[in-house]
Design a protein around this ligand. Structure first.
Ligand code: HEC
Length: 153
């Protein structure tokens, strides 16, 4: 039931019309190299801006993070409880580990509820119009990584 609700919310958020920014993103995901459980190099070789990452996490309908995760400083009603809190994540995981988890959590846990934000999609479940298009662009992923590494306990 919970999974069905999340699925519906994701479908709404991903299919909505507020995707103007997408047009500026590259047509497909950036190439990246996975080392162990991490992507060590920043996507497209660019580091992000932590303030922009914090803002993007707060954009519930675009990044979706707080649908499932709690984050420090967020309003109580916006704190998801389906996933581990991201408070202190910068002490638990390093930058490269955080990057892989946002890019493609299903690589580490195929059963994960977490959307795959920047990996080549599994075509079978993606409408043709969305095939090859990442949910978040490389720059957006890097903004999120830059913010999350600052969340130390
Ligand atoms: C639909 C629910 C959902 C959404 C949306 C979601 N996540 Fe997750 N996330 C999870 C779950 C569940 C886990 C636990 C790992 C697993 O599934 O194996 C997780 C794990 C993580 C982890 C590793 C946490 C740890 O303690 O090891 C990070 C980092 C993370 N998510 C970041 C994000 C960010 C950033 C966003 C938004 C861009 C996001 N997540 C969106 C469900 C979600």
């Amino acid at each position: 039931m919970r999974q069905a609700l999340v699925g519906a919310a994701l479908a709404l958020a991903c299919g909505g019309t507020g995707n103007a920014a997408r047009a500026e993103e590259p047509a497909g995901p950036e190439r990246y190299v996975v080392t162990g459980d991490a992507i060590i190099e920043p996507l497209a070789g660019r580091r992000g801006d932590a303030a922009l990452g914090q803002a993007l996490i707060g954009e519930r309908h675009r990044s979706l993070c707080i649908l499932c995760h709690a984050v420090p400083g967020g309003a109580a009603q916006l704190q998801g409880t389906l996933a581990p809190s991201l408070t202190g994540i910068g002490s638990r995981l390093d930058e490269g580990q955080i990057r892989l988890r946002i890019v493609d959590m299903k690589r580490l846990n195929p059963e994960s509820l977490m959307p795959t934000y920047h990996a080549p999609p599994d075509g079978a479940r993606i409408a043709p119009a969305w095939q090859g298009k990442p949910v978040l662009g490389a720059a957006e992923i890097e903004h999120l990584v830059a913010y999350l590494v600052t969340l130390k306990e």
